[in-house]
Design a protein around this ligand. Structure first.
Ligand code: PEP
Ligand code: MN
Length: 341
């Protein structure tokens, strides 16, 4: 980082800045210009925020300009080739691949999830989603079938062969969810639950990391850094819409973030058009756009009978709507030389 001092700073003030930098274990490189003095700070990533805060607390410091990103392991600079994230023999996320995870918002019964698994597999989905532990805005809304839901997911995997993606809400559920899931979903509301991120980082199981609804791209990548820094590089980033001034859609699907995250990070990036749209009629156009912008996959809510769904009824696709969408996606992905399986 580079520290810019206020105009007319005294030699004593410059010396204090350099001393503060060295006291915190970094080296200081002073460069005196005609009007301004700048100081380069060189050192490792740890303690970076502390040194920045300490410098901003000094009277003589005008601003501190970071030169490198605060996420190291998640950045393209760390690994120039794209990371592959494998959740089953037939589902490996990464550059050149395109995979669709599909299934209901919530697991409601064994029949519902098995039927959905077989239907989405027939249309080319490579993984099954379904929430057993649901993060609901209201405590009076359906909270999920919990472990019973996980058992139904296991039955659906048995019947369809599809790997399971399901949300982990709380570190206390980790061992239970770990027994059934092939990939942990960390939801938007938990993107900055740092203890949960550390736990899934230690688990070594693939992680689908949703972007928080008010998180910047940098905060999202810092959340991924938590998982990576515990030794688990099996992270797929998922853009699921952010809060904006626009009330017509549930959230605004930030397709710029998909393109940007792919430039900044080596991790695969997918999109969740269902949570963003909030309405089934918008899911197909947003899915086509996400595929075209370079997403390496999608996670889509599909239900046998959406009007009777116990959560997110308005945004779930019927089986026939999902089949039409998969046909469109095949055309787009083929044109872009990224064949869906
Ligand atoms: C979901 O996938 O059903 C869900 C709750 O997602 P998000 O965390 O993105 O809101
Ligand atoms: Mn949902």
């Amino acid at each position: 980082m580079v520290v810019v001092l206020k105009q007319g700073s005294s030699p004593e003030a410059v010396a204090e800045v350099a001393r503060t930098i060295r006291e915190l274990g970094f080296s200081a490189h002073v460069s005196e210009g005609l009007e301004r003095t700048v100081v380069g700070v060189v050192g490792s990533a740890s303690g970076r925020d502390e040194v920045m805060q300490a410098l901003l607390a000094l009277e003589a410091v005008e601003r501190v300009v970071p030169v490198t990103s605060p996420y190291k392991l998640a950045s393209r600079a760390h690994r120039t080739h794209g990371t592959k994230v494998r959740i089953s023999a037939d589902c490996e996320f990464g550059e050149g691949a395109f995979h669709v995870i599909a299934g209901p918002c919530s697991v409601e019964s064994e029949e519902q999830i098995v039927q959905t698994a077989l239907a989405v597999r027939a249309e080319g989905a490579s993984a099954l989603r379904g929430g057993a532990y649901k993060p609901r805005t209201s405590p009076y809304s359906f909270q999920g079938l919990q472990e019973e839901g996980l058992r139904h997911l296991a039955a659906a995997r048995e019947a369809s062969g599809l790997p399971i993606v399901t949300e982990l809400l709380d570190p206390r559920h980790l061992d239970t969810v770990d027994r059934y899931a092939d990939m942990f979903q960390i939801g938007a509301r938990n993107m900055q639950n740092f203890e949960l991120l550390k736990e899934v980082g230690r688990s070594r199981k693939p992680v689908l990391l949703k972007r928080g609804m008010s998180a910047t791209i940098e905060e999202w990548l810092m959340a991924a850094e938590y998982v990576l820094s515990e030794g688990n590089d099996q992270v797929v980033l998922c853009e699921r819409g952010i809060r904006t001034f626009e009330p017509a859609t549930r959230s605004t699907l930030d397709l710029s973030a998909v393109a940007m995250a792919k430039q900044l990070s080596h991790l695969p990036v997918i999109a969740d058009p269902s949570q963003a749209a909030g309405r089934a009629a918008l899911v197909a156009p947003l899915s086509r756009a996400a595929c075209a912008v370079g997403a390496e996959g999608l996670i889509i809510e599909v239900h046998p009978d959406p009007p009777h769904a116990r959560s997110d009824a308005a945004q779930q696709l019927r089986f026939d709507q999902f089949a039409d969408l998969m046909r469109d996606l095949q055309h787009i992905a083929q044109t872009l030389h990224r064949m869906p399986r």
